[in-house]
Design a protein around this ligand. Structure first.
Ligand SMILES: Nc1ncnc2c1ncn2[C@@H]1O[C@H](COP(=O)(O)OP(=O)(O)OP(=O)(O)O)[C@@H](O)[C@H]1O
Ligand SMILES: [Mg+2]
Length: 361
């Protein structure tokens, strides 16, 4: 008998429940009703449970969609910004290129002229020496010697070649930065194009030099790569973000000690993929934040130094735009390696999970 009915009977009749047939039939009917209502309630509870689980799953899905939209939005905003900066940079690079070229040509011309003038001056010197011993010409010879001293001819002869060399060196560096800027600011269209990634990475390292030169030496170990079908401007941006992060991580470790860390950039051809690794000897990423570093706006840097978008953008470019993968390995106090895997043909998805592949090295 249902416990509620039992209780009610005890309440009404004490230890002597009615025993006539009509009462018993009524009690049996009530008992059945109680049991029916129990199973209805259980059913209701189960469906509420299911509905809340579905709701929770939908909420989680919405949260995931929101994150994806956020990432996409950042990617789009960033792509817009980059396109504008890229155009500006390419324009500036072009503007610098022309004067740099004629400064370079002029330095070359002056160097050659100086060399030929040097042999002429040597001949003049001989003539002055002869004039000094020739009666009637000594006055002129002395004036020539004085003019020579006033012009500091000996000093010019000694230092001018070095000055020409430095000027030629400087202009060659400007030319290489300008060409790296042009390469870096390569306007990306909607379609992917085959690109020489080693060259693109080298150009990006030239552009980023100012970000790392005081804290790290950068080494490259480029393997032979086939052309990779990609949006090379976006890939450049990813490399830049990772190298700047590496420099910051090293700065965190070495502080103002004057010591330098090391950033190693390697490329390897692996079947249908190209693997790019960026390894730093920085502070490392603590385990508890490793799976959050790719989240948009996650940063451990002070205001003004980081916005937390670098890795979110890198992830969106590598995974969403190129079907590749971006993973990391890190050890606190020792350093971090980020690995990018890009499909060569720009289509086949890299079958690797998103985010961290954490290993204690
Ligand atoms: N190589 C690294 N070594 C140690 N920590 C890193 C490294 N790369 C990223 N991080 C951590 O991940 C966080 C997120 O990096 P992310 O590049 O997304 O943003 P950010 O560098 O803080 O800002 P920004 O938008 O300027 O790039 C960093 O704040 C840092 O804590
Ligand atoms: Mg960053």
């Amino acid at each position: 008998m249902h416990r509620l009915l039992e209780r009610q009977i005890r309440k009404c009749y004490g230890d002597e429940p009615p025993s006539n047939a009509r009462c018993l039939a009524f009690m049996t009917a009530v008992d059945a009703a109680y049991h029916e209502s129990d199973s209805d309630r259980a059913l209701l509870e189960r469906s509420i449970e299911l509905a809340s689980a579905e709701l929770a799953e939908r909420n989680a899905q919405l949260e995931r969609d929101l994150q994806a939209i956020k990432r996409l939005e950042i990617g789009l905003l960033q792509a817009e910004k980059l396109r504008a900066i890229g155009q500006l940079a390419a324009g500036i690079a072009h503007e610098i290129n022309t004067p740099a070229q004629y400064v370079g040509d002029s330095i070359q011309f002056l160097l050659e002229s100086f060399e030929s003038t040097r042999s002429l001056v040597a001949k003049y010197r001989q003539a002055v020496d002869i004039l000094l011993t020739e009666p009637g010409h000594q006055q002129l010879a002395q004036e020539l010697e004085e003019a020579e001293e006033a012009a500091d001819l000996a000093y010019i002869g000694e230092h001018a070649p070095g000055a020409f060399e430095r000027a030629a060196d400087g202009i060659a560096r400007i030319a290489s930065i300008v060409s790296a800027m042009k390469e870096f600011a390569h306007p990306d269209g909607r379609a992917k194009h085959p690109a020489d990634l080693n060259r693109a990475i080298q150009a990006t390292l030239t552009i980023a030099r100012n970000e790392y030169k005081y804290v790290a030496d950068v080494e490259t170990d480029f393997g032979e790569l086939p052309p990779v079908s990609c949006h090379v401007g976006d890939v450049n941006q990813v490399i830049l973000n990772l190298v700047v992060n590496a420099a910051h991580a090293i700065e965190n470790l070495v502080g103002n000690s004057g010591e330098k860390g090391r950033i190693l950039v390697r490329t390897i051809h692996q079947g249908k993929f190209v693997r790019i690794t960026i390894t730093d000897t920085g502070a490392g990423i603590p385990e508890k934040i490793r799976d959050r570093v790719f989240d948009p706006f996650f940063t451990t840097k002070e205001v003004g130094k980081g916005t937390g978008q670098g890795l979110a953008i890198a992830h969106s470019v590598v995974v969403d735009r190129h079907g590749g993968s971006l993973t990391l390995e890190s050890e606190v106090g020792k350093g971090t390696t980020f690995t990018i895997l890009l499909p060569i043909d720009g289509t086949s998805p890299a079958k690797m999970p998103r985010g961290t592949s954490v290993q204690g090295r």
